[in-house]
Design a binder for this molecule. Structure first.
Ligand SMILES: NC(=O)c1ccc[n+]([C@@H]2O[C@H](COP(=O)([O-])OP(=O)(O)OC[C@H]3O[C@@H](n4cnc5c(N)ncnc54)[C@H](OP(=O)(O)O)[C@@H]3O)[C@@H](O)[C@H]2O)c1
Length: 356
């Protein structure tokens, strides 16, 4: 079953339909949708939804439809009891929402031995016990929660930790929006203008503070820190936002009106970085063994030789400093956002789950 039919969810259904034949031939796998849910509606078909029905539902969601009013739809509020009505030899819940309300259903799925695939990072960046329950199951995969389809999580879990390497530090630039802000600051543009334009082009959340506060980057840092075994909660991450914390109390419009007050400071920061041959980036950092400040997210001025900048500007980059990679970090780099890429990462997780 799939929770969420937004940009990523719709791209995923389409990719599954497009690749069905190929997976049947090459992997002997066929994914059937028994349920699709959005915020308040559900389409449930225990025998499996037909490809035509799936395509029609996705098209209707493209046009802004609500599942509960569409063919076969009904109101639904996320009750995990739904799972009891599904008799699947190998069930999987795919969470491509941006909501923490899916947690009870995900926990029930794990309890039943189902697979869980998450692009939604909120369940893994909420209470530590939920993170542990979800990730201790070998049937939970969450590659796209950090840097979309870039293999950051599998590199850390499988190639480094599971093979006995010792990870000392992880650093990364994992916010496409904050990378864009930093690059345009470097070009001498004003913060307020950059934010207004990025928002108008859909490059920020409707409330740009979601990005500018560094919260999204901090959640990714938290997931990586927890995978290193650190028992942290989100409050333990030292997050430095790009605006004063008091501005969280403002309405969105008022916030945007006050942003020009910060322009001079950021022009100065960018100019200072430039004059020293350095580059501004919003960086997450996780130290494996430091007692304090071991997980943080903040704006930094990077030296030209910094690994996070080479060989050029990319959406996302994560560097793993480990015992085995002593001569230089293992770097995962590339475009780390976008619904199509994210959906492809979710599909890859599904295929890996199907492999057992
Ligand atoms: N887009 C990217 O580049 C990217 C990259 C990496 C990870 N992700 C993550 O992928 C997830 C999905 O992103 P998106 O861009 O597709 O988001 P989105 O367009 O906002 O779509 C979210 C979907 O989830 C549904 N939803 C919300 N609460 C729900 C609930 N409690 N139960 C069931 N469905 C619920 C929404 O329903 P309605 O349709 O009724 O509103 C909507 O269909 C997010 O967690 C995001 O952080 C995205």
């Amino acid at each position: 079953m799939q929770l969420g039919l937004g940009g990523v969810g719709r791209a995923l259904v389409r990719q599954i339909l497009q690749t069905r034949e190929h997976h049947a031939r090459t992997r002997n796998v066929r994914w059937e949708y028994v349920a699709l849910a959005d915020r308040d509606g559900l389409v449930f078909e225990p025998q499996g939804l037909s490809d035509d029905a799936l395509a029609r539902l996705v098209e209707a969601k493209d046009r802004g439809g609500k599942l509960q009013t569409l063919e076969g739809g009904r109101p639904w509020s996320g009750d995990p009891a739904l799972l009891e009505g599904i008799d699947a030899a190998f069930g999987v819940v795919v969470d491509v929402t941006a909501s923490a309300e899916t947690v009870p259903l995900l926990l029930r799925a794990v309890e039943r031995g189902w697979g869980v695939v998450l692009a939604n990072k909120l369940p893994l960046a909420g209470p530590l016990n939920v993170f542990r329950t979800l990730t201790q199951s070998p049937r939970t995969r969450f590659e796209t929660t950090v840097a979309a389809a870039l293999p950051v999580i599998s590199t850390l879990r499988t190639f480094l930790l599971d093979t006995g390497d010792r990870v000392q530090r992880i650093r990364g630039c994992v916010s496409g929006t904050l990378n864009l802000v930093c690059q345009r600051l470097e070009q001498g543009e004003r913060l307020s203008r950059i934010v207004r334009e990025a928002r108008a082009h859909g490059h920020t959340e409707p409330d740009p503070r979601e990005d500018l506060a560094g919260r999204d980057a901090a959640r990714k840092a938290l997931i990586l820190a927890r995978l290193l075994g650190q028992p942290l909660e989100l409050e333990d991450v030292a997050v430095e936002g790009l605006y004063p914390a008091e501005w969280d109390a403002l309405g969105v419009e008022e916030f945007l009106e006050r942003l020009p007050e910060l322009d001079a400071r950021y022009l100065e920061l960018a100019e200072e970085a430039r004059s020293r041959g350095r580059t501004l980036r919003y960086v997450i950092e996780v130290e494996a063994e430091a007692a304090e400040g071991r997980c943080r997210a903040r704006l930094e001025s990077l030296a030209p030789e910094d690994e996070l900048l080479r060989p050029g500007v990319a959406d996302s980059v994560v560097a793993f400093y480990t015992e085995r990679y002593a001569s230089g970090p293992l770097i995962v780099r590339g475009k780390g956002s976008g619904p199509e890429l994210t959906a492809s990462g979710v599909l890859a997780d599904l295929l890996l789950l199907g492999q057992g």
